[in-house]
Design a protein around this ligand. Structure first.
Ligand code: 5GP
Length: 347
């Protein structure tokens, strides 16, 4: 047993220091990136944000809106083969799979039907040998597929996945999700900003990439993830509660509208897809009612506007320049809370 005493940071623990710059307007900040992937060798251009492969956010409806902005939607793995529309743009969606034989058989059928560019291999704990072997097998079978895989949260495992398992992009984040209860149930997890910084450093050295997955609660967090070196940022909770998010819209007695949002390993999701929770497992996901938020476009444009504005504050003309333009300050308080409990007439 040992203890690491160095400080690890979450997004809320830091602010970004402003700098002199010649940028005059937010529209001068370019959020598109062109990325060539380490093993698939494919080149992709777009805004490197991903809608999470949760069944509430990785939906076809989400893809319809986000693909227009060149943002990728990672489809959840519970769609059937015949559910998939014919005319998907392969640049802006990813299929997803777990590592069971059943999942893999299903995704192989989808791959032969759709000929996708991206596949996301997703399990809660990416530290298992079985996971690494599964990724290796997929790489051997599909050499030109761009593979996103995770989740892990430390640089040793990023290295293993890039070099041994030959995945292109490592999905990083353990316990930081909005409806995740891994830290409560297991005591395991790492603060997400430090995950971005530590994991991207190793990936950069090897020519690979990482996704910061989970923990973004406001647009400023997405900017901090990019500033901290994340090549892609995956969003769940921020995209929940919209028209395009899965789940039923429920109206309560007072007329307020909600959508259900839940972790994919919550009891709710296990009941829905796996016929209940296995006796040896505990639920590691929460279930929440999210106030209905209307069309996702409003939220996503707000996030993109926020990131562009960060660019003007730090002198970054391109998203690519964020890490080299970012100086984080360790802070004790991020925002002024004085009116937090006041009801606003307008946001
Ligand atoms: P958010 O953007 O909501 O903070 O985080 C989204 C991420 O939370 C997802 O992309 C996924 O990695 C993670 N996640 C989703 N469902 C669960 C769950 O039930 N348990 C845990 N531990 N993580 C989850």
């Amino acid at each position: 047993m040992k203890i690491l005493t160095e400080t690890y940071f979450d997004f809320k623990d830091v602010l970004i220091q402003p700098k002199r710059s010649n940028l005059n307007s937010r529209n001068q900040v370019d959020l598109e990136k062109t990325i060539t992937f380490l093993h698939s060798k494919r080149t992709w251009t777009g805004i490197p944000i991903l809608a999470s492969n949760m069944d509430t956010t990785g939906t076809f409806e989400m893809y319809q809106k986000l693909s227009k902005l060149k943002i990728i939607t990672v489809f959840h793995k519970h769609y059937e083969l015949e559910d998939y529309p014919e005319d998907l743009d392969p640049n802006y969606y990813s299929l997803s799979t777990g590592i069971s034989t059943e999942n893999y058989e299903q995704v192989k059928k989808l791959i032969s039907k759709l000929n996708p560019y991206f596949l996301t291999i997703d399990i809660a704990n990416g530290y298992s040998t079985k996971f690494v072997e599964f990724c290796q097998k997929v790489r051997e079978e599909f050499p030109t597929l761009t593979i996103f895989a995770g989740n892990v949260a430390t640089s040793d495992m990023v290295q293993e996945l890039l070099l041994t398992a030959k995945v292109d992009v490592v999905k990083c984040g353990i316990g930081s999700g909005s409806v995740c209860s891994t830290r409560l149930k297991t005591g395991v997890g790492l603060p997400q900003l430090s995950v971005c910084m530590n994991c991207s450093e190793v990936a950069n050295g090897l020519g690979g990439h990482i996704i910061s997955d989970g923990g973004c609660t406001i647009p400023g967090d997405v900017a901090k993830a990019f500033g901290g070196g994340a090549h892609f940022v995956m969003l769940g909770g921020i995209l929940a509660g919209h028209d395009e998010s899965g789940g039923e819209l429920v109206t309560n007695e007072t007329g307020q509208q909600f959508k259900l949002f839940y972790g994919m390993s919550s009891k709710h999701a296990q009941d829905k897809y796996n016929g209940g929770l296995q006796k040896y497992r505990s639920s590691e996901g929460k279930v929440r009612k999210i106030p209905y938020r209307g069309p996702v476009e409003i939220t996503i444009l707000d996030i993109l506007g926020g990131i562009r504005s960060t660019g003007t504050y730090i002198g970054a003309y391109r998203l690519k320049d964020f890490p080299k333009c970012t100086t984080f300050l360790k802070v004790h308080q991020q925002v002024n809370p004085v009116f937090d409990n006041t009801i606003f007439l307008q946001q």
